[in-house]
Write a protein that binds this ligand. Structure first.
Ligand code: BGC
Length: 410
């Protein structure tokens, strides 16, 4: 993995040194079909302005691979001109170290506090009153994606909630299907656990643990039920031998698997495969138990450069990312919700409409990226991937280790 990262970093370095003044190297981890289609909208809009050139620095392997490359380039004095990160605490230390461009002037000029909704997205870009990033979307983890073909082949109804999903699993297995598609990377195991936590334990329990860092809540009987549900879910995913999240989504698209717990970026894959929400697949927010979305997502940061021309181009890109047209074109392909409410989303599909309704009703919660430090997130991810892949670790053992992590969390 280290060698691979080094190779990716070297490739990106060559690209960076080949650019001229108005060329911007932009790093991100959007490499699946849907993600690539979405980020192409950003590039198209930027390149449409005379003299601009988007130098694409896609890093394969997902956020878990890309983030260390991005952070080490910035710390190591080889910053890209712009980069995706999840809005929240991932860039906290980089901002504190003075490595990121302050965008407060253009944010005030553009009235970002009035147009970004919910404004908590902008708060996650703010440190000591200054704004350091542009939120570009709202992505929520709180979904399960279901394959109509898989359930039809198995002769059972498409589930409408988590209990029905679990009850339908034997029929799927009898039909040679994997009930729950899961990629093997740690962020995926941890993400799925978080979704089960909210659906089974409720959002208040999730907040006690993740926002208040209450170790007693993490060790509580209510949380034990969540761990038991996760232990049951890991058995349902036993036949899912894929690594990347979009490979797991492909299993749902092809009807090899019943469902996948995954963020709404999965929608981008269904769109590329020309599948129709409500006909070919269903989506259940909050696993059909409690409809809520987390206001996670992506933001763009602009590492400081000692070059006024580059800085001007960085700010131009920052403004563009929030423009109405770019917000609509990008988010329709990405499967995420726009960060501004004053845009025309007539083209939204059924799943996106559900997300918009939940947002309008104010049923939102923060994301783990917003409330936990990257270090704590990493510890939880390590535990979850181990638990998910090793059935000799009991729900009780995993819960005890989890409560320890929460006791020391920041
Ligand atoms: C990002 C999404 C991305 C997903 C999978 C998440 O961290 O917020 O934009 O699609 O990772 O790559």
């Amino acid at each position: 993995m280290k060698i691979r990262n080094a190779l990716v970093a070297t490739t990106a370095l060559c690209a960076a040194s080949a650019v001229s003044a108005a060329d911007l190297e932009v790093t991100h981890w959007w490499t699946s079909g849907g993600e690539a289609a979405a980020v192409a909208e950003f590039a198209k809009a930027f390149n449409a302005i005379e003299g601009n050139n988007w130098v694409d620095g896609a890093i394969a392997g997902g956020g878990g691979t890309a983030r260390p490359v991005i952070v080490s380039r910035i710390i190591g004095g080889d910053p890209m001109h712009a980069t995706q990160l999840n809005h929240g605490r991932q860039a906290e230390e980089l901002v504190e170290a003075g490595l990121m461009l302050d965008l407060t002037d253009i944010a005030e000029e553009g009235g970002w506090r009035d147009i970004v909704h919910p404004v908590s997205l902008l708060d996650s870009c703010t440190l000591d009153g200054k704004i350091y990033c542009v939120p570009v979307n709202i992505h929520s983890w709180q979904w399960i994606w279901l394959s109509h073909k898989a359930y039809e082949d198995a002769g059972v109804d498409v589930p409408t909630n988590w209990d029905e999903f679990v009850a339908a699993a034997p029929a799927l297995e009898a039909a040679g299907k994997v009930p729950l598609a899961m990629g093997q990377q740690s962020w995926q195991s941890s993400g799925a656990f978080g979704v089960l936590n909210v659906a089974i334990g409720g959002v208040d329990l999730w907040k006690q643990v993740n926002v208040d860092k209450n170790a007693e809540a993490a060790a509580s009987p209510e949380m034990a039920e969540v761990f038991q549900a996760a232990a049951d879910a890991r058995l349902l995913s036993a036949g899912s031998n894929v690594s990347d999240w979009n490979q797991a989504t492909a299993m749902v698209i092809n009807g090899e698997a019943g469902g996948q717990i995954m963020g709404d970026w999965a929608q981008g894959e269904f769109a590329v495969a020309e599948k129709v929400a409500g006909e070919d697949y269903s989506c259940l927010p909050g696993l059909g138990v409690n409809e809520i979305i987390s206001t996670a997502g992506d933001a763009f940061y602009f590492p400081k450069q000692d070059d006024p021309e580059i800085e001007a181009a960085q700010k131009e890109l920052a403004k563009l990312l929030l423009s109405k047209e770019v917000q609509v074109n990008f988010n329709l392909k990405k499967g995420s919700l726009p960060v501004r409410g004053d845009v025309d989303l007539a083209a939204a599909n059924d799943c996106m409409k559900k997300g918009l309704e939940i947002l309008a009703a104010g049923n939102i919660m923060p994301s783990g990226d917003q409330v936990l430090s990257p270090d704590t997130q990493g510890q939880i991810e390590d535990l979850m991937v181990e638990f998910w892949n090793d059935t000799s670790i009991t729900a009780e053992d995993a819960q005890a280790r989890y409560a320890d992590i929460i006791a020391n969390a920041d």
